[in-house]
Design a protein around this ligand. Structure first.
Ligand code: AMP
Ligand code: GLY
Length: 424
């Protein structure tokens, strides 16, 4: 069979790598893909962009793919699954209606309130004056979020009233986040440790994925600006068996049941971004309607079950009959970025070194492209070097050892990925 994967990041490279391992798959097509998917065995890129839903549907039909797997949120929120379904082409992900859980933070907050799902206290605003009135009664820090999709950039943690006012004005008046900031959510700041809790849902049943933890800040010690993610590892020990049970009962099940009650069937990956306090109580920071990047990279190294079997089971609404097996070994991925990321950074840097992947250590490409046989950087996050280990320390050592054998000008990376799990 042929499988189409939509996206161009490290998440999509890791998905393509895993799908290509299935004995039933002859070819994986990645649209638009990157330098890693261009050169991987059984894999090729197709030059169709993620926002070209009609072009992607034509590609899927022309290539007669068995199913399409969507990596990023934007085409999901734009209704790619609905369009494919209308054309009888299997496509794994939530409908546009269901993807509002990520596409609109206001929708997600109203939804959680309606269904009693634990989350930070909040209020929604479309006008500056009531937002500022509300801020006057809040304690600091406080969190200001653009309600719509802002590519991971629409969250401001304001330390004082001045910063909060500036954030509100930048979103509602200056439209710094475009239409994503037409409405904003102001919410209580939660402290604790974050974890990513991901399940695969088929409308009725779900199966859990292994837990993971991302590192969102650019610099060691969780300092510096927020990024798309500088590294991740799995499992996340902060999700103890008791926390896991609470998340299943108070977050995952009520979310899927709540969607059904609201007349929306949720099929696809559902990612609950959690904040877990020091008492072990988890609250939802956000929902994503897709897998995480870079969480997917360590997850794919740990997944022992054929991903194609799981996706087919989900598309055929028989997830109750399958099970995902995970390596006992932990996995850890470190993102190598171009200097300056997440702000301004150079592109077109020549990448060299040991870039091959094995089942134990994989170099997943994020922002790379192949130009006349040469591998060049094309984004801020360039590679995610991911390794399995007997324990997390060994996984980390393997990943950093491989990083030492890869080079491009002024490559940057955090040196402390996994620190919370290793210092505990
Ligand atoms: P979001 O896009 O909503 O996940 O926010 C991005 C990041 O901002 C999260 O991963 C957290 O690190 C941080 N964040 C978001 N909401 C809160 C909150 N209520 N309290 C503390 N940190 C938050
Ligand atoms: N790693 C965070 C995300 O994918 O949203």
């Amino acid at each position: 069979m042929k499988v189409l994967i939509v996206g161009s990041g490290g998440r999509e490279h890791a998905l393509a790598w895993k799908v290509a391992q299935s004995g039933r798959v002859e070819q994986v097509i990645v649209a638009p893909g990157n330098g890693g998917t261009a050169t991987m065995r059984k894999c090729r890129n197709a030059n169709v962009q993620v926002d070209d839903i009609y072009g992607l549907l034509q590609l899927a039909e022309r290539e007669d793919v068995s199913f399409t797997l969507i990596g990023p949120e934007a085409p999901l929120v734009d209704g790619i699954v609905d369009r494919f379904e209308a054309a009888d082409m299997p496509c794994f992900g939530p409908s546009a209606e269901a993807a509002q859980l990520e596409g609109s933070k206001a929708f997600a907050k109203h939804f959680m309130q309606r269904h009693g799902i634990p989350t930070a206290n909040w209020a929604e605003f479309e006008q500056t004056a009531p937002a500022l009135d509300y801020l006057a009664s809040q304690s600091y820090p406080v969190v200001i979020k653009a309600s719509g999709l802002a590519a991971g950039k629409g969250v401001i943690i304001a330390e004082n009233p001045q910063q909060a006012e500036q954030a509100v004005r930048s979103m509602l008046e200056d439209r710094d986040y475009g239409s994503a900031g037409t409405a904003i959510v102001i919410e209580e700041y939660l402290s604790g440790e974050e974890a990513s809790f991901i399940v695969m849902a088929d409308g009725t049943e779900f199966i859990e994925f292994a837990t993971s933890q991302d590192h969102k800040r650019a610099l060691d010690g969780d300092r510096g600006p927020n990024t798309g993610g500088m590294g991740a590892y799995s499992p996340a020990p902060v999700v103890t068996p008791r926390v896991r049970q609470q998340v299943l009962e108070q977050v995952i099940k009520p979310t899927l049941e709540g969607m059904r009650t609201d007349g929306i069937s949720y099929t696809g990956f559902l990612y609950a971004g959690l904040m877990i306090d020091d008492q072990g109580h988890a609250k939802v920071l956000e929902y994503n309607c897709r897998l995480g990047d870079p969480e997917t990279q360590p997850l794919m190294l740990r997944l022992q079950t054929d991903l194609v079997d799981l996706i087919e089971a989900a598309l055929q609404h028989r997830l109750a009959s399958v099970h995902a097996n995970w390596h006992n070994k932990p996995a850890l991925g470190v993102v190598m970025t171009a200097a300056g990321y997440p702000d301004k950074y150079p592109k077109g840097l020549t990448i060299s070194g040991k870039l091959h992947s094995t089942l134990e250590c994989a170099v997943f490409h994020s922002g790379t492209r192949l130009v006349a046989g040469e591998l060049l950087s094309s984004g801020g996050r360039v590679l995610c070097v991911t390794a399995l280990g007997h324990d997390l320390q060994q996984a980390r050592d393997q990943a950093y050892q491989r990083i030492n054998e890869i080079s491009f000008d002024h490559a940057c990376y955090r040196t402390d990925i996994g620190h919370r799990a290793l210092s505990g």
